[in-house]
Structures are given as structure tokens and as C-alpha cells.
Design a protein around this ligand. Structure first.
Ligand SMILES: Nc1nc2c(ncn2[C@@H]2O[C@H](COP(=O)(O)OP(=O)(O)OP(=O)(O)O)[C@@H](O)[C@H]2O)c(=O)[nH]1
Ligand SMILES: [Mg+2]
Length: 350
């Protein structure tokens, strides 16, 4: 799973990237990749319960993409985001004399510029493909079908809407997916506020931005890179109090990670014991057998059964033994659909 962090220069992308990945600084304008740990209080609680020798959180790869400037050659920019699974657009709202802005503070305009670039890239790709298909009509029996789907895509782009907003059936979906369109990728907007804006709950171009994101069905997260950087220096309890003072339940980094998860249809299940508490990432709807395969192919091949307790049940009971006594411990087969938060022990035989 790879997430591209995109936006205008000096928007705060690298600061957020470093906080997400605890990765060292790189020169401005240089792309870099690093692994981000997904904060998850459930993993912390399981670790508290089992006191394991090792704790492993779920991870996502983040890609710090060089700033995008409209008018400049965008080839590098587009190349960097071609193969990511999702995009996080960082939009500057923060005011700072230390970081002058050439254009003024305009998160909505910045978002539109970015969106426009991606729409045009998709449009170009689409036109090329449509031309080629039109020539093949009559010779290639599949061309008609593909043409019909791509015409739908064209209509969507013409309404200034991203391709992800187009409802398709399973077959069409498969076809469109093979093109790797930019506006098909899930997108999350993170508006980077300063402390004053965070406290006031407002920032420049707020109304336009929020209306546009709603039109496009893009989730918005309000973060402050500055505050996040300060929080990252604090102990867990101090961080919690600091966030509470700001009226926030969790850090922006956790909110970004969680939104990415939800938006990509990802869930977590856990394996837990004295040796290790481990969070695993699967897609919503995956079976127990598939989940086992995430851990090791032997577990999938020799799958016998899954022993499952829901995280909440386990925590409430305080131990696996108690959960068993209360009948909350289930034996599930291969086809069981794993639920977010399941704590699982796999039995297998190879
Ligand atoms: N005051 C303030 N400064 C910030 C905030 N976020 C980022 N900065 C500063 O803005 C400058 C640019 O931040 P970066 O994270 O490097 O921006 P970027 O988007 O990666 O920029 P490029 O890599 O050049 O595209 C740095 O000096 C940051 O310290 C913020 O929320 N408040
Ligand atoms: Mg940067």
C-alpha cells in the first residue's frame, strides 16, 4: 500500500511526511519513500494485556512527492504519482512570515489547480485511447464495450468531476482500473492550519474549499503540522492532555492514517500472545483463509480453523480464558469474513 503526499511547494508536505514516518529530513523538492506506522490504541491495549516481547503495528508506505506548480512541467509530478494507491493532498492555510507565500493563502485555489492537473492528465490519456479504439472498431470485438465505458469516463471529466465519482459495474470497474487514471485514485485533503486557525475553527477560502470537496466526495482532515510536530515531542499522557485542550481526540497523524484506512476499505486484525502482538492489514470482506495467508502461505495452505475473539470482548473480559468462559470465543472456518478488530489464532497443518 503506497500513499503519495502531494501539494504545492511549501505546503507542509515534508513536515507531515516526517511525522507520519519518523523519517529524517531530505532536501526540499526531492522525492522520498518511507514506511509509516499506523497508530492504533487497540494495539497499545493488547500490548498492555499480553506484555509481549515484541509489538508490531500496521504500516503504510508514504511517498513525499515534490511540490507541484501549475504552469511548470508536470511530467515529474505525474510520474511520481503514477503508481500510488491513494493520494493525500496537503493544502496550505497557515500564515507565517518565515514562510512567505507568492500567491497568498488560498487552499481552495491550490486544490483546484491540483485537481485540474490530474483531470487534464486523465483526459489526455482518455483521448489517446478513444482515438485508437475508434480505428479498431469492427476489427476488435471488445472495442465497442471499451468505447462505451470510456465515453462514460469522458462525460464525467467534462463535468469537471474525478473518475472516482463515476458509478460503474464490476466489469466496467475492472476495465477502467487497468488504465491507472489519476482521478480514479482515492483522494484525501489535509488542510494545514496554524494554531490560530485551529483554535478559531476557520481559515481562508474555507467555504469554497469545503463545498468543492463535498461535491467531489473527498474527505477533509484539518491538521496543523506545527502542532503535530510539538505533540510528537511529548510523552503519551501529555500529548493526550494537549490534544484535549485543543478539543481533539487524537493527533492529526492518527486521523490521516485512519482516514486512509477507511477510505481504501482496509481493516485490521490482530494476533496476540506473550511473544508478539501484531496488527495485520487486510481488505474489508477478506476471508479467514486469506487473512491467514497474510501471515504465512503455510497458514493459508494448511488452514484448519480460526479461533476468534472480538477485540472489545477480549478487553472487557481481561483474558482469553474469561472470554472462553463467557462463550465469546468462536471457532470459524475458511470462509468466515474477518471483522475489523478480530483477535485470531490460526490452527493449521502442513
Ligand atoms: N508556521 C508554520 N510553518 C509551517 C507549518 N507547516 C510547515 N511549515 C513550514 O513551512 C516550510 C515548508 O514546509 P515543508 O513541509 O518543507 O513543505 P513542502 O510542502 O514539503 O515543500 P516542498 O518540498 O518545497 O514542496 C517549512 O519551513 C516548515 O517548517 C505550519 O503548520 N505552520
Ligand atoms: Mg518537501
Amino acid at each position: 500500500m503506497k500513499i503519495g503526499i502531494i501539494g504545492k511547494p511549501q505546503a507542509g508536505k515534508s513536515v507531515l511526511f516526517r511525522l507520519l514516518t519518523k523519517h529524517g529530513a531530505a532536501a526540499s523538492g526531492k522525492a522520498q519513500l518511507a514506511v509509516g506506522r499506523i497508530p492504533d490504541p487497540r494495539v497499545d491495549a493488547l500490548a498492555e494485556l499480553y506484555k509481549p516481547r515484541k509489538v508490531t503495528y500496521a504500516t503504510i508506505d508514504f511517498w513525499d512527492v515534490p511540490g507541484f506548480q501549475p504552469g511548470r512541467s508536470s511530467l515529474d509530478f505525474l510520474q511520481s504519482v503514477r503508481d500510488v494507491d491513494a493520494l493525500v493532498a496537503v493544502l496550505r492555510a497557515f500564515e507565517s512570515d518565515l514562510v512567505p507565500s507568492i500567491t497568498g493563502i488560498q487552499p481552495y485555489t491550490d486544490f483546484k489547480d491540483l485537481q485540474q492537473e490530474l483531470l487534464i492528465a486523465d483526459w489526455t490519456l482518455l483521448e489517446t485511447r478513444l482515438e485508437r479504439l475508434a480505428k479498431q472498431r469492427g476489427k476488435n470485438p471488445k472495442a465497442g464495450e471499451e468505447l462505451a465505458v470510456l465515453e462514460k469516463c469522458r462525460e464525467t471529466l467534462e463535468q469537471d468531476l474525478p473518475l472516482r465519482s463515476l458509478k460503474l459495474n464490476a466489469e466496467e470497474e475492472k476495465l477502467v482500473r487497468s488504465y491507472d487514471f489519476f482521478t480514479k485514485k482515492p483522494l484525501i485533503a489535509a488542510v494545514n492550519l496554524d494554531e490560530g486557525q485551529m483554535a478559531a475553527g476557520s481559515y481562508p477560502q474555507e467555504e469554497e474549499l469545503e463545498a468543492e470537496l463535498a461535491r467531489m466526495d473527498v474527505p477533509l482532515i484539518k491538521v496543523s503540522a506545527q502542532i503535530e510536530a510539538e505533540i510528537s515531542e511529548l510523552e503519551a499522557e501529555d500529548a493526550r492532555l494537549f490534544l484535549a485542550e485543543l478539543g481533539l481526540a487524537e493527533s492529526g497523524i492518527a486521523r490521516i492514517a485512519r482516514t486512509v484506512y477507511a477510505h481504501l476499505g482496509l481493516i485490521s486484525f490482530f494476533t496476540a500472545g506473550e511473544k508478539e502482538v501484531h496488527s495485520w492489514t487486510i481488505r474489508r470482506g477478506d476471508t479467514a483463509c486469506r487473512a491467514a495467508g497474510k501471515i504465512h502461505s503455510d497458514l493459508e495452505r494448511g488452514f484448519i480453523r480460526a479461533e476468534v475473539v472480538a477485540y472489545e470482548d477480549l478487553l472487557r473480559c481481561g483474558s482469553m480464558q474469561k472470554a472462553k468462559e463467557q462463550g465469546l470465543f468462536r471457532l470459524e472456518g475458511k470462509e468466515y469474513i474477518v471483522q475489523d478488530g478480530d483477535v485470531i489464532t490460526f490452527r493449521f497443518n502442513v
